[in-house]
Design a protein around this ligand. Structure first.
Ligand SMILES: [Zn+2]
Ligand SMILES: [Zn+2]
Length: 117
């Protein structure tokens, strides 16, 4: 894609306009596998609405509900897919460490995959 504002890849995934299979989708969030997994299972849960970072979340009940819904979906998917893992990790990037500029919750089922063997 040449010039202009780069399209947000996560917005495209949320609209199902990519080949990325969705593990979950509802009116508020979608979930899919991280393309570069760093654990046994590594999912991302993102809001359908474009929110850049955790800092862009307002102190509103609505946003609070959104975040807890993201956590619920992540936990539900990991418990469904890797019930044998007893160690789940959930986390947002803190700005400025943001790989994609669209809020996403990393959901990991341990053990971690070593980045280098
Ligand atoms: Zn986006
Ligand atoms: Zn990330």
């Amino acid at each position: 894609m040449a010039g202009g504002t780069p399209a947000c890849i996560f917005c495209q995934i949320a609209r199902s306009s990519t080949s990325t299979p969705l593990l979950h989708s509802d009116d508020r969030v979608v979930a899919f596998e991280d393309i570069n997994p760093s654990a046994l299972r590594h999912y991302l849960v993102i809001p359908v609405e474009h929110i850049s970072t955790v800092k862009d979340l307002k102190r509103r009940a609505e946003d609070y509900t959104l975040v807890s819904h993201m956590l619920d979906v992540g936990r539900m998917l990991l418990q469904r897919d890797v019930p044998q893992s007893k160690h789940y990790r959930f986390g947002f990037h803190q700005p400025p460490f943001n790989s994609v500029n669209h809020l996403h919750l990393h959901c990991l089922a341990l053990p971690f995959i070593p980045s280098r063997l």
